[in-house]
Design a protein around this ligand. Structure first.
Ligand SMILES: *Cc1c(COP(=O)(O)O)cnc(C)c1O
Length: 223
């Protein structure tokens, strides 16, 4: 077994154990393998193992790496987990099947415009800035319900859930609990939360999509 396939097995076992502990089914949890900065040659073994959900945080990088892989592995779903500039919305069409970073009004408007003129089957998560961190994007918790309602009712956007990235130096469970509560209040069933360091906690709080990079592919070079 290569390193990555051994780590993949281990993560799957940890997901199963965390789900069991939480009284949930592991099949409710989608593992999004975060392949940002990872060369396509190193992603390929994951595709060969049959994994289908991957996450990238930059449109440009995804466009350079993924079209050939998507052509070869037709059931792959690519998730955009990083910021999307409104004027790049058109470039995300067809490439991504989910966007986890719907974080502002102007992007909601841009996506609504693209969805009006294409039959792009995309699913959206509203990113919530649960820690109100100035350097992080996302909708403030107090504004989330109104924003979700406007996206769904006025703009007819296919919003299916909420996403958060807890502050690095805080107990993540507080943020996961807040996101789960907001999703319940908004009538949304999907929760994108949990990364390499805290995905088991996220599963305990109801995560349906965990975004795992370094625990699978190894540490990324610092930037
Ligand atoms: C990089 C990234 C991840 C994965 O982080 P790891 O700690 O490497 O698992 C998850 N979510 C987002 C939004 C990211 O940018």
């Amino acid at each position: 077994m290569t390193d990555v396939s051994a780590r993949y097995r281990e993560i799957q076992l940890r997901i199963a154990a965390a789900a069991l502990e939480a009284g949930r089914s592991a099949s409710e949890v989608t593992l999004v393998c975060v392949s940002k900065t990872i060369h396509h040659g190193a992603i390929r073994p994951m595709l060969d193992l049959g994994h289908q959900a991957f996450g990238e945080n930059r449109v440009q990088e995804a466009k350079s790496k993924w079209p050939a892989l998507l052509a070869a592995f037709a059931n792959t779903q690519l998730h955009l987990i990083g910021p999307l500039q409104s004027n790049k919305a058109a470039e995300a069409i067809g490439l991504f099947s989910s966007i986890h970073s719907l974080d502002r009004e102007s992007l909601a408007l841009a996506l609504a415009k693209e969805l009006e003129r294409t039959d792009w089957a995309v699913e959206l998560f509203v990113q919530v800035n649960t820690g109100l961190e100035p350097q992080k994007s996302g909708i403030a918790p107090a504004e989330t319900l109104a924003f979700v309602d406007r996206c769904r009712s006025a703009l007819k956007l296919p919003v299916i859930g909420l996403m958060c990235i807890p502050p690095a130096d805080e107990e993540p469970s507080v943020h996961f609990a807040m996101l789960a509560k907001l999703a319940r209040e908004a009538g949304l069933s999907k929760l994108s939360m949990g990364m390499s360091g805290d995905f088991e906690t996220a599963i305990a709080f109801g995560a349906t999509h965990i975004r795992v990079g370094s625990a699978l592919f190894g540490a990324r070079p610092a930037h």
